[in-house]
Design a protein. Structure first.
Length: 471
C-alpha cells in the first residue's frame, strides 16, 4: 500500500496534524470502525509510514487483523474507510482555518430556518469583523458579497419588509469581487503566456481596466489595486511609472493580502526587474536587491522557515554586482542557513567562492571550488565556469585545457539539463576558440568577436569579449 493515496497524504502531515487526526478517528461522530484506528496506529509506529517492507499489504493486514488469513478485499476496504475519514478531517480543518466560513454557514443556516435573532446577531458580528479584516484579498471581497446576498434573501422572504432592499450593496460587492478576481487571473495568464507562448482570451478585461481608470476609488481596494498595477507593468513594461506604483503596493499592502499571495506579488515585481536588467537597465539591479532584501527580511519570501535556493542565489549575485561585499558575506551565512538542508552546504560554499572571485581573491575562490564537490548540477557547472575564468586570467592554460575537456565530457553525460546545456557548451566552445585565436591577426579576432556577439545562449558573453579586447 506504499503507493496508495492514504500514504501519500499522510506523508504531508506534521506532528500536530497526526495528533489531531488520531482524535478525529477516536470520535464516534467521525469513525465507528476499530480497524481504522488499528490501521492508523500501526502506520504511526516506528518508521512504518516510510518503510517499504512494513507497508506491504500482507504485513499490514496481520497487524490490523492478527491470526486471520489475508483478504485483499477486506484490506482495500479498511484503507478506503481510513482514507475517507482522513479526507473528512482535512475538509473540516480547512473549514476551521477561515473563521468566516463558520459564520457564513451559520448565517445561511439561520436564514434557511428563519431564526431572526440569531441571523441578525451573527450577521452583525460578521459585518463588524469585515470592518477590521485580517486580509482584504479577493476571498474577503467574495465573503462581503455573500453576506449581502444572504441578508437580501432573509429580508425578502420575511413578512417584515421595511425600506429598500440592499440590492445596490449586492451589486457593488459582487463587482469588487469580480474585478479583483479577473485582474488576478489576467496577471497569471499574461505571465504564463510569456513563458509558454500560449494565447488566452480574457473577456471583459478591457472594460474592467477602462472602468478602473474612470473609478479611481477602486484603487483603494488592495485586491484590486495590487493586480491592476501588476497587470499594467506586464502589459506596458516601458512605462516605468506603473512599476513605481507597484512598489508602493508592496509596501502598503503587505499586511492586507495573505502571505502566499504577497509572495506571488513580490515575484511579479522581481521578474519585471529581471527583464529590465537583461535589457541593459542597470538601475533595476538596485531595485531587485531592495525587493529581495525586504521580502527576505520581512519573511514574505520565506516559507515554513525555508528560503528558496534560487531566490537566495539571485540575492547574493545581485548584491555582488552592486559590490555590497560586506553585506553579502553576512547574508551568505545568515540566509544560507535557511536553505533546505540538502542544498545548504552546496549553495553557501559556491556563493562564498563567487564572492571571493568577484573581490579578486582568486586563491580563496579556487581553494573552495577545487576542494569541494558540488552535488547540484547547475551549481557545479557555475563553479566550473568560475574556475575556467580564473585559470584563463591567471594564464594557467594547461589547467584550463584540462578543465575544458572535463566540462565537455560532463556536459555530454548530463542529458537531463535539456536546452540549458547549450549555454554551457557555448562557454566551453568559445573559450577554446579564445585560446586558439592569433592575437596579432585582426581578421581572426574580428571574426571571433562577431561569433561571440551573435551566439545564444551565452551567459559569459561580456567576459569573453573583455578577454578578446585585452589581446
Amino acid at each position: 500500500m506504499q503507493k496508495s493515496r492514504l500514504i501519500e497524504v499522510l506523508h504531508t502531515f506534521n506532528k500536530k496534524e497526526f495528533r489531531e487526526l488520531k482524535k478525529w478517528f477516536l470520535s464516534p461522530a467521525h469513525n465507528q470502525r476499530q480497524d481504522v484506528i488499528d490501521l492508523y496506529d500501526y502506520l504511526l509506529k516506528k518508521d512504518h509510514l516510510y518503510n517499504e517492507e512494513a507497508l506491504k499489504k500482507e504485513v499490514v493486514y496481520q497487524a490490523v487483523y492478527p491470526n486471520q488469513t489475508f483478504d485483499d478485499a477486506k484490506m482495500r476496504q479498511v484503507i478506503h474507510f481510513t482514507f475517507k475519514a482522513l479526507e473528512a478531517f482535512l475538509a473540516y480543518a480547512s473549514f476551521l482555518e477561515k473563521g468566516s466560513n463558520q459564520e457564513l454557514n451559520l448565517i445561511r443556516e439561520y436564514r434557511r430556518r428563519g431564526v431572526k435573532r440569531s441571523f441578525e446577531k451573527t450577521s452583525k458580528t460578521m459585518l463588524s469583523a469585515q470592518n477590521n479584516p485580517t486580509f482584504q484579498d479577493d476571498y474577503f471581497l467574495y465573503e462581503r458579497y455573500i453576506l449581502q446576498l444572504e441578508q437580501y434573501k432573509f429580508y425578502y422572504k420575511s413578512a417584515k419588509r421595511v425600506g429598500t432592499f440592499n440590492l445596490q450593496e449586492i451589486s457593488d460587492t459582487f463587482d469588487h469581487y469580480f474585478i479583483a478576481s479577473k485582474l488576478k487571473q489576467a496577471c497569471n495568464m499574461m505571465s504564463h503566456q510569456v513563458v509558454y507562448k500560449t494565447d488566452y482570451q480574457n473577456v471583459f478585461l478591457k472594460d474592467i481596466l477602462a472602468y478602473i481608470d474612470q473609478k479611481n476609488e477602486l484603487l483603494h481596494i488592495p485586491a484590486i489595486s495590487t493586480y491592476y498595477f501588476i497587470y499594467k507593468t506586464l502589459s506596458e513594461p516601458d512605462n516605468e511609472a506603473y512599476f513605481i506604483k507597484l512598489k508602493q503596493q508592496l509596501d502598503g499592502n503587505k499586511s492586507a493580502l495573505p502571505l502566499e499571495e504577497m509572495q506571488s506579488v513580490y515575484l511579479f515585481a522581481l521578474n519585471y526587474c529581471t527583464k529590465k536588467m537583461n535589457s541593459g537597465k542597470s538601475e533595476f539591479i538596485k531595485e531587485a536587491w531592495d525587493i529581495l532584501k525586504a521580502g527576505i527580511e520581512e519573511n514574505i519570501l520565506i516559507e515554513d522557515g525555508v528560503l528558496n535556493r534560487f531566490l537566495y542565489r539571485n540575492f547574493i549575485v545581485i548584491g555582488i554586482r552592486l559590490k555590497y561585499y560586506k553585506e553579502v558575506e553576512e547574508y551568505i551565512f545568515k540566509y544560507g542557513n535557511l536553505l533546505e538542508e540538502q542544498y545548504r552546504e552546496n549553495y553557501i560554499k559556491f556563493n562564498l567562492a563567487k564572492l571571493f572571485f568577484e573581490k579578486g581573491n582568486y586563491e580563496k575562490a579556487m581553494e573552495l571550488v577545487n576542494q569541494y564537490e558540488f552535488k547540484d548540477i547547475l551549481v557545479n557547472l557555475n563553479a566550473k565556469t568560475m574556475l575556467l575564468k580564473m585559470y584563463y586570467e591567471l594564464s594557467e592554460f594547461k589547467a584550463l585545457e584540462s578543465l575544458l575537456e572535463s566540462m565537455r565530457a560532463y556536459l555530454q553525460r548530463k542529458k537531463e539539463l535539456g536546452n540549458r546545456i547549450n549555454g554551457y557548451k557555448n562557454i566551453v566552445r568559445y573559450t577554446k576558440k579564445l585560446l586558439k585565436v592569433n592575437p596579432y591577426n585582426k581578421a581572426q579576432i574580428a571574426k571571433l568577436r562577431l561569433e561571440i556577439e551573435e551566439a545564444s545562449p551565452l551567459t559569459e558573453k561580456a567576459w569573453l569579449l573583455k578577454q578578446l579586447d585585452a589581446l
